[in-house]
Design a protein around this ligand. Structure first.
Ligand SMILES: CC(C)(COP(=O)(O)OP(=O)(O)OC[C@H]1O[C@@H](n2cnc3c(N)ncnc32)[C@H](O)[C@@H]1OP(=O)(O)O)[C@@H](O)C(=O)NCCC(=O)NCCS
Length: 334
């Protein structure tokens, strides 16, 4: 019995901000951004809430249309009452209470869904899928919705050229199904690392009480040591990929496609070189989205599946890494 992905969806806010537009805010140039990161543009929510784009992505997934290459026509529309679990991965919810999971459940009328939010930063979708798979097996939940969604533009410091060029907004959604016939997800490796040097942080702003003595330590926007995070990313991605291959007894050449977290094209090409994997096997969607944190892997997976390249029986590896520090890899068969 396996848990497999049967449908995907994605949504981006309407406003597309290309690199030239960023020059209005910080001293940078388009060529620098593209050559160092692979990013040409990102989408920024002006009017849309995180809920809006998340529901849009989830509704697209619920249509269950044909997303695979030869041999699969898609599962067709999925009934809202079929969803027994909804895990929402984000670090930028519209509000803390209700959770984003609860808001999506209400908006979409998912009457049978147990819903909650999960924060594992840019690894959120990988962690969410891992939790969903385990809950589905143990609690016998037939279908689940996992959403990775961010409005990072509201925690980005638009005066810091070291970070504001990198991030964007978006949402990705997948529907998982417990299937007695298909293997689906074959293996996981999930790992946390301590962020000893505070390489990637975003503080919180709280209302003080009459008794509060401490002062706020960190601002409520993303702060990052790019070089440290780059080094961590290449090392962690290598480690989780090696471990998931070891656990599943597969070789890197057994994997047809890789869907990595879209943070920097140089991180992806570095890993490709280390494993001697041709770049054509990596889904690269970063040029039009930037780094969308928890949304990046499900959105890139949606791009890969809609390209028609993945055929029935193909093996795909999803890989994420991010704040925490955190990382994880999943291998699944379609
Ligand atoms: C952020 C990142 C693109 C910076 O690239 P880099 O090659 O490490 O660049 P550096 O930070 O060493 O900066 C090199 C120079 O470019 C400058 N620079 C930084 N940002 C710039 C920008 N947006 N435009 C122009 N110049 C810039 C720096 O000031 C520095 O100038 P200096 O040499 O005169 O001091 C890169 O470190 C990175 O992608 N790190 C990983 C980030 C990540 O993935 N985060 C999310 C994890 S989930």
């Amino acid at each position: 019995m396996g848990v497999r992905i049967i449908a995907t969806g994605k949504a981006l806010p309407k406003l597309r901000v290309d690199n030239d537009r960023i020059k209005d805010f910080v001293d940078t140039d388009s060529e620098w951004i593209t050559s160092r990161t692979g990013i040409e543009a990102r989408h920024v929510a002006e009017e849309e809430t995180a809920l809006d784009i998340s529901v849009q992505a989830a509704r697209q997934a619920m249509r269950g249309d044909g997303i695979f290459g030869a041999g699969s026509l898609g599962v067709g529309p999925i009934d809202t009452s079929d969803i027994g679990l909804l895990i929402f991965a984000t670090v930028t919810p519209d509000m803390l209470v209700p959770s984003m999971g609860a808001l999506v459940k209400k908006e979409m009328g998912l009457e049978n869904a147990i819903s909650f939010d999960l924060n594992a930063a840019c690894s959120g979708f990988i962690f969410g899928t891992w939790v969903a798979e385990s809950l589905m097996r143990t609690a016998g939940i037939k279908r689940a919705l996992v959403i990775g969604s961010e409005r990072l533009s509201r925690i980005v410091n638009w005066e810091d050229r070291g970070t504001c060029i990198l991030f964007g907004d978006g949402a990705g959604a997948v529907i998982l199904e417990l299937d007695p016939e298909k293997p689906g997800i074959i293996g996981f490796h999930i790992q946390n690392y301590d962020d000893v040097g505070d390489a990637l942080t975003c503080g919180m702003s709280y209302k003080t009480t009459p008794f509060t003595k401490e002062t706020q330590k960190r601002p409520m926007y993303l702060e990052m040591n790019g070089t440290q995070v780059f080094r961590f990313a290449v090392g962690a991605v290598t480690e989780v990929m090696e471990k998931v291959l070891e656990k599943t007894g597969l070789k890197v050449t057994d994997i047809n496609y890789f869907v990595p977290h879209q943070a920097n094209i140089r991180i992806i090409s570095n890993v490709a070189q280390k494993f001697n994997i041709p770049m054509e096997k990596f889904q690269v969607s970063i040029e039009n989205t930037g780094n969308t944190s928890a949304a990046s892997v499900p959105m890139a997976l949606d791009d890969l599946l809609r390209s028609g390249k993945v055929k029935a029986g193909d093996k795909v590896m999803l890989v994420g890494f991010g704040g925490g520090l955190s990382a994880g890899a999943i291998i699944m068969e379609f």
